[in-house]
Design a protein around this ligand. Structure first.
Ligand code: NI
Length: 262
């Protein structure tokens, strides 16, 4: 039994065969999937999916790459969406300095808006008593600085974690978790493989971030929740243990973190 803790099942990539994709996940032993919102429309669809499939749960949030398209009252909409008992976290939220506006004159305003929406969504997370799914890319220090105000109030998972063991320990010490994607199967991913080898049970979860980041040998193709199994297999191999052990640890960790009932 495995849980894909980060899938974008609402994306149009799955419009032709969504039900089959979900069935393949079940066949692969991926018994639960968390569909992650990135905008208001995507969050709305994630909640609809979670209300239609008993093994799917949803998060709602504005991704840092989508802040310029978010309406002024985005947080009000998210608060309303989060009333569904199928919503298990706020996310994905955070800061992304990798994909910034190409026009240099727009960078400062974009970063400011990212920070404002990240903070506002963390406030909402705390208010609702939920946890947060954190997206961080090339923005480590600012992400931790904004998150610092919420230490003890909000727990986050640093999804698609690619950092060092030391960076993982830094966020774990603050009560957060990390999760690993198919990147752990990539040949050039030594650093994150080292981290996946070093962490203790209870400190990490697994995910696909599908449709992105398909594990080897499907790298570059459309990814899907069934591939969570390959992520867990690779971590088991790196640690010299069995898939069943990684599945049991990460499933228990995900159940504790997301709750799955409200
Ligand atoms: Ni994502």
């Amino acid at each position: 039994m495995l849980i894909d803790t980060h899938a974008h099942l609402d994306y149009t990539d799955y419009d032709p065969d969504r039900a089959e994709v979900i069935a393949r996940a079940t066949e692969a032993g991926v018994t639960e999937i968390i569909s992650i919102g990135t905008r208001l429309d995507s969050s709305t669809r994630a909640v609809e999916l979670a209300e239609n499939f008993p093994n799917i749960w949803a998060t709602v949030g504005i991704h840092p790459g989508e802040v310029d398209l978010a309406p002024e009252d985005a947080v009000e909409w998210l608060r309303a969406l989060a009333q569904s008992s199928r919503v298990v976290a706020i996310g994905e939220i955070g800061l992304d300095y990798h994909h910034l506006p190409t026009d240099p004159a727009k960078v400062a305003a974009n970063k400011k808006r990212q920070a404002a929406l990240f903070g506002a969504q963390l406030e909402l997370t705390a208010e609702l008593g939920l946890n947060a799914v954190i997206h961080q890319r090339d923005s480590w220090e600012d992400t931790l600085r904004i998150l610092a105000d919420f230490t003890g109030k909000v727990r986050g998972v640093f999804h698609c974690f690619g950092g060092t063991v030391e960076q993982a320990r830094e966020v774990l010490a603050l009560g957060h978790l990390v999760s690993f994607t198919g990147i752990v199967t990539f040949k050039n991913a030594r650093q994150v493989q080292e981290t996946a080898r070093a962490l203790e049970p209870g400190e990490f979860m697994v995910e696909t971030d599908c449709p992105y980041l398909a594990p080897v040998p499907d790298r570059g193709k459309r990814c899907e929740p069934a591939h969570t199994r390959r992520v867990a297999e690779q971590i088991a191999q790196l640690r010299g243990t069995r898939l069943e052990e990684i599945a049991a640890w990460t499933t228990e960790t995900a159940r504790g973190f997301f709750g799955f009932k409200r």
